[in-house]
Ligand binder design. Structure first.
Ligand SMILES: [Cu+2]
Length: 142
């Protein structure tokens, strides 16, 4: 019940935000995701960390909530961006945060890894143009 209330409240806020905008396309221009932590090139002993995800120029909405200029984060690990216009795959290299999370506990094995964010809409499809972060590299020592 608590969760349902939260989603209802979030929808109300998003609706308010949407009313004050002109078109979603105009707002999407320049929107981008960014990785707050870790920083590019970080060495992470043990490979366990909290990834902190940022978003500028767009809003977070849970999967299934269809509002202009919103979406939920996806973390792409050791992979290139998924193709445009199709749902983002759901596997070990493509993690969905469909509850609207902006933090994720990640565990990576030893080695070099790339991490990149891409926003997806209510149906997990990237926005057009896509709202992405810079691709960073992290190193997990042996
Ligand atoms: Cu998704």
């Amino acid at each position: 019940m608590k969760r349902i209330c939260f989603i209802a409240a979030a929808s109300a806020l998003i609706a308010l935000a949407a009313n004050s905008t002109t078109t979603s396309a105009a707002l999407n221009e320049g929107a981008h995701a960014y990785i707050i932590w870790p920083r590019d090139g970080a060495v992470i002993p043990g490979g366990k960390f909290w990834l902190r995800m940022g978003l500028s120029g767009a809003g977070i909405a849970p999967a299934g909530i269809d509002r202009p200029n919103t979406g939920h984060h996806h973390v792409i690990i050791d992979s290139d961006l998924p193709p445009p216009g199709e749902p983002i795959p759901n596997d070990k290299k493509h993690l969905h945060f469909g509850a609207g999370q902006t933090e994720a506990h990640i565990e990576l094995p030893p080695g070099r890894h790339t991490i990149q964010l891409i926003l997806g809409d209510a149906d997990h499809i990237p926005q057009n143009p896509p709202i992405i972060s810079k691709k960073i590299t992290v190193i997990v020592p042996q």
